[in-house]
Design a protein around this ligand. Structure first.
Ligand code: SF4
Length: 448
């Protein structure tokens, strides 16, 4: 039997007058390369668009899918004459989806497109949908589950729609190294499942949710991507592409190639490959449209590289740690540098991953980061999670105790005030690092 192959389409259409990206033309080109929207979607179908709008951040940050990309996809999908186009999201834990839609600019676009369709007498209904607020859920048993998600409550609407189009923006990501089509699935579940996913191996948990919710079309916003210490302190970078595929694994792999990310160092491809979710072998992926080398732009992604020797003043023990915990290690160690705590605290040892010996030190001088280090929990300060929360390590080092949000009132009284006070210092540090990497001011990196 012939081996399965996948196709990834890349479009980079420019406005001939301004020389800037023509988002609509690129979206249409990608759909055409994939066979044409009317071949993929039938008249009267219900179509869910799942952008990445998990945080209340504006379009200039590149944290959420650009509203103009959402608009272009709505207009393209409309050509197939569906009955409904539903723009759905379940924002990150602690975030309000409707606020995220408003701040990201997506709500305005959806209202404008809905009003235009109505004014033109079109039958299609275009609407926003907060997955978190939906009470009509089906409790699915996950077959061959890879994590401990044996059952998963999924809104009926997601299961009954004829098509789900994931619409991620490409970005570097503190807890997964990078985020694109595969990770966008996290925004299809409500907080309870979301929180369960974070208490175990997140990459495997994502595969279980992919089993339950199966988007059939993936379109990537790679016009301005979020590089650097994204998603919380992103450095937007112009790449100028729209990419598309029916295979989220192949798409993410080629997306990494476009921005120069070493996929061998990203553990979530291994999980996707083992789950049989798609093709993770470049020899079996056909790239059509633009060539990768013609649209290549190296992204600054500080979450990869040798973590054991990157901070020689510290005793970092990270043998066997997977890429998620390594990325968090990078984020937190650099935060300590930015805050001027790096030298002062360097007598502390940090253990990450399953294969590390315990140093001979007092308990308060040993940070145990992540569930892999739980066996030593009586001998150091243990930060739970797989991976743990994104800022847990630096906040715990700063406070001299475990800061993981478990103490009642700690989030309001310690975590948020500290993060707010630290952010401007951290942001200035990140901008300086970004300018060193790219060799130009951060304001010139993105296209606005
Ligand atoms: S706790 Fe262990 S398995 Fe989980 S993300 Fe960290 S290193 Fe990986």
């Amino acid at each position: 039997m012939a081996e399965k192959r996948s196709v990834v389409a890349i479009a980079k259409e420019l406005d001939p007058v301004t020389g800037k990206s023509d988002v609509q033309a690129s979206v249409t080109k990608v759909f055409d390369l994939m066979g044409g929207v009317t071949k993929m979607i039938a008249r009267g179908d219900k179509v869910i668009l799942k952008p990445n709008a998990g945080h209340a951040e504006g379009p200039e940050t590149a944290v959420c899918t650009s509203p103009e990309v959402v608009r272009a996809v709505i207009r393209e999908v409309k050509k197939a004459m569906p009955s409904r186009i539903i723009i759905g999201e379940s924002a990150a834990i602690g975030c309000d989806t409707l606020e995220c839609f408003e701040v990201s600019g997506i709500a305005d676009v959806v209202r404008e497109e809905a009003a235009a369709a109505e004014a033109a007498g079109e039958k299609v209904k275009i609407e926003l949908y907060d997955i978190k607020r939906d009470n009509d859920l089906i409790n699915l048993a996950v077959r061959d589950y890879k994590s401990n998600i044996k059952h998963c409550k999924i809104p009926r609407l997601l299961l009954e729609a004829e098509h789900i189009i994931t619409l991620p923006i490409m970005k570097a990501h503190a807890s997964m190294v990078f985020s694109c089509a595969l990770k966008n699935i996290k925004g299809t579940v409500q907080d309870q499942v979301h929180s369960t996913m974070h208490q175990q191996n997140l990459a495997l948990a994502m595969m279980d949710v992919w089993w339950a919710v199966r988007p059939d079309i993936n379109i990537v916003d790679a016009i301005n991507v979020a590089s650097g210490f994204s998603p919380h302190t992103p450095t937007p970078l112009y790449v100028g592409c729209i990419m598309g595929s029916k295979d989220p694994v192949a798409l993410d792999l080629i997306a990494c190639d476009v921005v120069g990310i070493d996929t061998n160092a990203v553990s979530y491809f291994k999980a996707a490959d083992e789950a049989g979710l798609g093709v993770a072998d470049r020899d079996r992926i056909d790239v059509i449209g633009e060539k990768v080398e013609d649209v290549y732009r190296k992204m600054w992604i500080p979450y990869l590289g040798d973590m054991a020797s990157r901070w020689p003043e510290w005793d970092i023990r990270c043998e066997g740690a997977c890429s998620s915990c390594q990325a968090l290690l990078a984020l937190n160690m650099e935060t300590l540098k930015a805050l001027g705590l790096y030298d002062e605290k360097s007598d502390i040892s940090v253990l990450v991953g399953p294969r590390n010996e315990l140093p001979d030190k007092p308990k308060e001088k040993i940070m145990l980061h992540g569930n892999c280090t739980k066996r030593y929990q009586d001998k150091g300060l243990f930060i739970p999670g797989c991976p743990p929360g994104e800022t847990g390590l630096y906040l715990s080092i700063k406070a001299g105790r475990v800061v993981d949000g478990e103490i009642p009132g700690d989030i309001e009284n310690y975590i948020r005030p500290n993060m707010e006070a630290d952010h401007p210092v951290w942001e200035a540090y990140v901008n300086k690092k970004a300018e060193e990497f790219y060799g130009m001011p951060v304001e010139q990196l993105a296209q606005h």
